[in-house]
Design a protein around this ligand. Structure first.
Ligand code: AMP
Length: 394
């Protein structure tokens, strides 16, 4: 994987693909600027080395047509306040006006292209669209790790039409950490998986069964496993059509000697809402009118012990309905255990990351991934579409 620092950037025009998919409030104000700040080192390096920069990003899901609510205008304004360079927001990402802007671009100025997803061709990975994006571009730099699992035109097809395609600082740092756990994880290697659905985590589970020493499962996904094993789980969230697969996964893990742990106690309630009455149970059945909404204290203790003894930890997905105080303890305590352990710890996924931030211990994590979906796919497939197409090292 080529690193953009190894390119001679002087007087070169660079297409920088970033992830400016920032959260906006109802008035279109940016509520979290983390994704913008994340790419400043790459932007600064490009400018310091006299490259001419064109930035491309998506924002939200505009369904392939122009949507003023999803314009990158607020991003352009925020970027202008963060950088000394002049930032020009182009009216589109391809076409005559963009070509004109490029031809008049002063060396130190930055052009921010309008939302790439205003064109359906972006998601279709369309060659012609990608060729237009790459017009007059020398080098392509990808710093949008969170979008690297998407085979989209600005991630994949575009790389055919440039002289070199390289990783920026964000992508490079993400890949450095993930390669450590993909290629030669220090053992014991413990994976913690939670969240709502087993279906989202099947490919990653399949890979972890080959790679990890133990898998700790929490969240609603555990109830699909329990139901498949014929335990009564009341009204807990279950994916009925994934029960057989859950059993197959457990069998595969057993054959490989990988331990898969499910919660041994549960916080249950009749309602999933703040202030709901709840109780802790240590054995099945979960009564008919109840749902399992968090892991209980015994499970927290057991999982924390595993985490403490691990040399490598990968965590994705909350242990319960962490958004509601009554059901947030499992996730909060696991976050604390991961943060206070002396391991190589990688946390991916928006929910696990926000749970970690709530504990204030995020600085103690070795690496917090900027991409939830991308990190899961990377663990599952050991590479990503957007990484495969980058040029070889020079
Ligand atoms: P995911 O996107 O698959 O990581 O799922 C995250 C969501 O799973 C969060 O919104 C949690 O509230 C939800 N979740 C976690 N545990 C449970 C549970 N036991 N019952 C219902 N939802 C849950």
């Amino acid at each position: 994987m080529l690193f953009f620092k190894d390119l001679d950037l002087h007087n070169k025009r660079v297409f920088l693909r970033v992830d400016f998919n920032v959260p906006l409030d109802e008035n279109g104000n940016i509520t979290d600027d983390t994704r913008i700040k994340a790419v400043l080192p790459t932007l600064n390096h490009l400018s310091n080395h006299k490259a001419q920069v064109i930035i491309g990003s998506h924002l939200g899901r505009p369904k392939g047509k122009k949507d003023s609510k999803l314009s990158l205008k607020p991003v352009a304004q925020m970027l202008s306040s963060m950088l000394p360079q002049k930032i020009t927001l182009a009216p589109d990402c391809i076409g005559k006006q963009v070509s004109q802007l490029k031809s008049h671009q002063k060396k130190q100025d930055i052009i921010l292209l309008e939302n790439l997803r205003f064109h359906p061709e972006e998601k279709q990975n369309d060659d012609e669209f990608a060729r237009e994006l790459a017009e007059d571009i020398d080098y392509y730099v990808n710093d949008a790790f969170a979008a690297c699992h998407r085979s989209h035109a600005s991630i994949v097809a575009i790389t055919q039409f440039v002289k070199k395609a390289a990783a920026g600082f964000v992508v490079r740092q993400e890949m450095d950490y993930f390669q450590r756990i993909i290629e030669a994880p220090q053992r014991p290697y413990i994976a913690i998986l939670g969240g709502a659905k087993v279906s989202d985590k099947i490919p990653v589970l399949k890979n972890l069964i080959k790679k990890a020493d133990a898998i700790l499962i929490g969240g609603a996904m555990s109830y699909t496993f329990f139901k498949a094993m014929k335990f009564e789980v009341g009204r807990s969230l279950v994916e009925e059509d994934k029960k057989d697969l859950s059993l197959e996964l457990l069998k595969k893990a057993e054959d490989k000697g990988v331990k898969v742990f499910l919660p041994s106690d549960h916080v249950i309630a009749k309602e999933m809402k703040p202030g709901a009455e709840y109780k802790n149970i240590t054995r099945f059945p979960i009564p008919n009118e109840y749902m399992g909404l968090d892991i209980g204290p015994e499970t927290i203790k057991k999982y924390s012990k595993f985490i403490n003894n691990a040399k490598t930890v990968f965590w994705n997905g909350p242990m319960g309905v962490f958004e509601i105080k009554e059901f947030s303890q499992g996730t909060a305590q696991i976050a604390k255990a991961v943060a206070s352990s002396d391991t190589l710890s990688i946390v991916g996924g928006g929910d696990s990351v926000s749970a970690l931030k709530k504990t204030g211990l995020e600085k103690k994590i070795s690496h917090i991934s900027t991409g939830g979906g991308a990190s899961l796919e990377l663990i599952a497939n050991e590479t990503l579409p957007g990484i495969k197409v980058l040029s070889e090292d020079i």
